[in-house]
Write a new protein. Structure first.
Ligand code: F6P
Length: 381
């Protein structure tokens, strides 16, 4: 499919038994039960969490309270979705808004004792403290950053247990990426982080390597502005991960931060229920100023390519042509969306009888625009 072809259908949770349907129907209730049981929440918070689950399963999507600090933002982001069944709206909206509503239910934004208390911190800390950072060559660190993306706590709540060892890369552009990095493409690198814990430790090992070897002069790690999709990394998670690193790596990273060579950034749009085609100008300007932007994880991939039923053979470069600079995606496959496969790979995966798109057994390291600056392509929805 070229950018001129009709855009593919947006993913929704409408079909019973489909993967997105099972996330809303099975995974979200389990996730809420886990959060509720792990905290000394009072009756109001418990009631609000249970009501949210009931609403998502059998009700229609309610608006945020009018006095929520971001009510206007969500009014715009959710245009056309309020009052509809949760299963009848785009999957990306249903998931993102569900996570926003959990924060409302537990009082994350309300003045009081629970303000700013990350409801997923208990999972993240355990993960950070039991994972070990990766070591090795540039390629090994890049590949470790792919498999680090298995460390996704919302994924663990689902019925699929990701295998512990390395799986297969269904697209492996690591040779081209290493060559480009060694030629200076990572000079001003932007890494859009995904999960805290083991994944973030792998990402920090990569960042440290790039800075220590001089392949990067500066690295900006982009994190979420508030808790999102269970395990997504916040600045506090970065601080926690730095604290469990070996002393030499920790000192190098702290020195890089102190000198402004390693920075943390965030942007409100990172918690938007929209693909990156819709990113505001200031965020696009940050990506565009980077010599290379690396997107980590499954959700970032969905947002980068557009959360749509792309034919898997669609070239990655065509789909991300809109992106304002060279780009790499490092993820394990935990949803139905994938592009850029070779025909033989797709045939073998389909013949395997596995649910290869969603189990996390497979990963990819995909690149585009390493030697050119792409222009623009349309959003799929
Ligand atoms: O943490 P990651 O790699 O972005 O993965 C999150 C994935 O989990 C899911 O939310 C399902 O629980 C997927 O829809 C999503 O793509």
């Amino acid at each position: 499919m070229s950018p001129a072809d009709p855009t593919p259908q947006v993913v929704t949770p409408a079909v019973p038994g489909s993967f997105p349907w099972s996330v809303l129907h099975d995974r979200h209730p389990k996730l809420v039960a886990g959060v509720r049981d792990a905290h000394p929440y009072g009756p109001d918070q418990r009631r609000a969490l249970d009501a949210l689950v009931a609403e998502s399963l059998t009700g229609v999507i309610a608006r945020l309270p009018a006095d929520a600090h971001d009510a206007a933002r969500w009014e715009t982001w959710g245009t056309g979705h309020y009052g509809r069944r949760w299963f009848d709206v785009p999957f990306l909206f249903a998931e993102s808004y569900f996570y926003r509503r959990i924060l409302d239910a537990v009082g994350y934004f309300a003045p009081g004792p629970w303000q700013g208390v990350d409801p997923y911190a208990y999972l993240k800390s355990a993960e950070a403290r039991t994972s070990s950072p990766s070591t090795g060559s540039l390629r090994e660190l890049l590949v470790a950053a792919v498999w680090g993306n298995r460390a996704d706590l919302s994924f663990r709540i689902g019925q699929h247990g990701g295998p512990a060892d390395e799986g297969s890369l269904v697209v492996d552009d690591s040779a081209a990426l290493c060559a480009a990095l060694e030629a200076g493409l990572g000079r001003e690198l932007c890494l859009v982080a995904d999960n805290a814990g083991g994944e973030l430790l792998a990402d920090l090992a990569l960042v440290d390597h790039l800075l220590a070897t001089g392949l990067s002069e500066r690295v900006a790690v982009h994190v979420k502005p508030y808790p999102y999709f269970v395990s997504d990394a916040l600045a506090t998670d970065v601080a926690e991960c730095v604290s469990v690193l070996d002393p030499a790596t920790r000192d190098r990273l702290l020195a890089a931060a102190a000198e402004g060579r390693w920075t943390l950034r965030t942007h409100d749009f990172y918690r938007a229920p929209l693909s990156y085609h819709h990113a505001p100008e200031d965020l696009r300007a940050e990506w565009s100023a980077a010599t290379l932007t690396v997107f980590k994880g499954d959700l970032n991939y969905r947002r980068l390519v557009g959360d749509a039923h792309w034919p898997a053979l669609t070239p990655f470069a065509d789909v991300v042509e809109y992106f304002p600079g060279p780009v790499a995606a490092l993820r394990t496959l935990k949803c139905e969306v994938v592009v850029g496969l070779a025909a033989g790979t797709l045939a073998a995966l389909d013949a395997s009888g596995e649910e290869w798109r969603v189990t996390g057994a497979h990963g990819l390291l995909q690149t585009a625009g390493l030697d050119s600056r792409p222009g623009s392509s349309p959003a799929p929805g």
